[in-house]
Design a protein around this ligand. Structure first.
Ligand SMILES: Cc1cc2nc3c(=O)[nH]c(=O)nc-3n(C[C@H](O)[C@H](O)[C@H](O)COP(=O)(O)OP(=O)(O)OC[C@H]3O[C@@H](n4cnc5c(N)ncnc54)[C@H](O)[C@@H]3O)c2cc1C
Length: 394
C-alpha cells in the first residue's frame, strides 16, 4: 500500500498543475494517470493568458522549447457571411498557441515529477472510498490492484469526475453538445496557425493547424441531432459536411485538386486517406458539479466544470484551477478555514462569467432561428446580449 498526503486522480493539465504546485510547496503528493503514455487529445489552442500560469508553475521555458505553434488569432464566420478576424496584437500576454497536446501533457507531468510528486502512469483509480478505521482519509484501489491511501484527494479526472461521482455529487449539464472530429496530415504549404471557426445551420466547425503538419477538424452539434452512428462514423459523411462550409472548403481546395467530398477525405499533398481519418466523437457539454469540494476532496479542471469549446478556455481553466486549488489546500493546512469555500466561490464566479460569454456568443448568430441547434442556443441565452462572436482565444 502506498501512502501520501494528497492523491491527485488524473494527470491532465489540471492534475499536473495541482501536483506541481503542491510538490513545490513541500506537500507529499502522488498523481495517478490512467493512460500508460501521453496520447493525442482533442483541445489544442492554448489561450495567451495561460502564459502567466505556465511561468508561475516554472515551466514557461520548457513550454517554449517544445515546438508548439504560435497562433496569431482566429477567423470566424459567425453571425454573418463575412469572415471576421481577431488577432492578439493588443493582448498583453501575446499570442495563443496551437499545441502538440501529448507533448504538452508529458512536459507538465514530468515537471510534477521533478518537483517531487510521485507520478504513476497507466494507473487508473477504480474504487474510491473513505477509510473508516480511525486513521481517516481515503483508500483508492487502482485497476491494476495497487492500493493508495491519502488524507486528501484532488479530482482531476476530467469530464469523468471520478471522485465526485463515486460520492454522489451530481454533475449537471447545460446541453448535449458533442464534437465529431478528425486529425489529418496537412501539406507543408499550409502554414496558417490561426483557428478558423464557422457557424452552420446544424452547429459549428472549428479547425486548427497543430505541430507535426496536421490539422484538427471538429464539428460541434448536439448528440441527438447527429444522423445514425453508421453514418457519422464514416469519413464520407464527415468530409461531405466539411465541403458545405465556406472556410474549410477554401482551405481544403488549396490542398489538392481533388475534392474532399469526392475522395471522401482530404487527399493531402499526395497522401492517401487512412482509416485514422475516420471521425471520432467526444462529449463537449458545458457541465458543472453541484459542489467542487467536500470533506477531504476538491475538484479541478473539467472534473469541476467543463466549458463549451467555443470559449477556448478549457486548458486555461484547467491550469488555473489546478494551481488555485493547491493554494487553497496550503491555506487550509495552515488553518484558514474559509480557504476551500473561497476556492468554490472563485469557481462559481468563473462559471458565471462563462455563462454570460456563452449566451453572448450564441446570441450573435441569428441566421438559422428555425433549426433545432440554434433554437436551443437562443432559448438558453438569458443574459444581456451584446454583439459578440467566439471568444478571444477561439
Ligand atoms: C472538442 C473540444 C475542443 C476543445 N478545444 C479546446 C481548445 O482549443 N482550447 C482549450 O483551452 N480547451 C479546449 N477544450 C477543453 C480542454 O480540452 C479541457 O478543458 C482540458 O483538457 C481539461 O483538462 P483537465 O486536466 O481538467 O482534464 P483532461 O485533459 O480530460 O485530463 C483528465 C485526465 O484524467 C485521467 N483520468 C480520468 N479518469 C481517471 C481515473 N479514474 N484514474 C486515473 N486517471 C484518470 C485521463 O486519462 C486524463 O488524462 C476542448 C474540449 C473539447 C471537447
Amino acid at each position: 500500500m502506498e501512502t501520501t498526503d494528497v492523491l491527485v486522480i488524473g494527470g491532465g493539465p489540471a492534475g499536473a498543475a495541482a501536483a506541481i504546485t503542491l510538490a513545490r510547496g513541500g506537500v507529499r503528493c502522488a498523481v495517478l494517470e490512467g493512460s500508460p503514455a501521453p496520447a493525442w487529445k482533442i483541445g489544442e489552442t492554448l489561450a495567451p493568458e495561460a502564459r502567466q500560469i505556465l511561468a508561475a508553475l516554472g515551466v514557461w521555458d520548457k513550454f517554449q522549447a517544445d515546438g508548439h505553434l504560435p497562433s496569431p488569432g482566429n477567423v470566424s464566420l459567425w453571425g454573418g457571411d463575412e469572415p471576421v478576424e481577431k488577432n492578439f496584437i493588443f493582448n498583453p500576454h501575446g499570442n495563443a498557441w496551437q499545441l502538440d497536446r501529448a507533448k504538452f501533457e508529458a512536459m507538465l507531468l514530468a515537471a510534477a515529477g521533478s518537483a517531487g510528486a510521485r507520478v504513476e502512469r497507466g494507473v487508473a483509480a477504480q474504487a474510491i472510498r473513505r477509510v473508516a478505521d480511525g486513521v481517516g482519509g481515503w483508500e483508492v484501489a487502482a485497476a491494476d490492484g495497487k492500493i493508495f491511501r491519502a488524507a486528501w484527494l484532488v479530482d482531476a479526472s476530467g469530464r469523468a469526475s471520478a471522485v465526485a461521482r463515486q460520492h454522489g455529487v451530481a454533475r449537471a449539464a447545460l446541453d448535449k453538445l458533442v464534437a465529431v472530429h478528425a486529425v489529418v496530415p496537412a501539406p507543408e504549404s499550409d502554414t496558417d496557425a490561426r483557428t478558423l471557426i464557422e457557424a452552420r445551420p446544424g452547429g459549428w466547425w472549428y479547425f486548427a493547424r497543430v505541430p507535426g503538419a496536421r490539422r484538427v477538424f471538429a464539428f460541434l452539434t448536439d448528440a441527438d441531432l447527429l444522423p445514425d452512428e453508421r453514418q457519422w462514423r464514416t469519413a464520407e459523411w464527415f468530409w461531405r459536411q466539411a465541403e458545405e462550409t465556406n472556410l474549410i472548403r477554401t482551405v481544403l481546395s488549396g490542398w489538392s485538386a481533388t475534392s474532399p467530398a469526392r475522395s471522401s477525405g482530404p487527399e493531402r499533398a499526395g497522401t492517401s486517406r487512412s482509416t485514422s481519418d475516420a471521425p471520432k466523437l467526444t462529449s463537449a457539454q458545458s457541465a458543472r458539479l453541484a459542489t467542487v469540494y467536500g470533506d477531504g476532496w476538491l475538484a479541478v479542471g473539467d472534473a469541476a466544470q467543463s466549458f463549451d469549446p467555443l470559449s477556448g478556455e478549457g486548458l486555461f481553466h484547467a491550469l488555473f484551477s489546478g494551481e488555485r486549488a493547491a493554494q487553497a489546500l496550503f491555506e487550509n493546512f495552515s488553518g484558514r478555514v474559509d480557504a476551500l469555500a473561497d476556492y468554490a466561490g472563485l469557481s462559481a464566479s468563473l462559471w458565471e462569467r462563462f455563462l454570460r460569454q456563452r449566451a453572448a456568443a450564441y446570441s450573435a448568430e441569428t441566421r438559422w432561428p428555425d433549426t433545432p441547434f440554434w433554437q436551443r442556443r437562443l432559448a438558453t441565452a438569458t443574459s444581456p446580449v451584446q454583439a459578440a462572436g467566439p471568444n478571444a482565444s477561439r
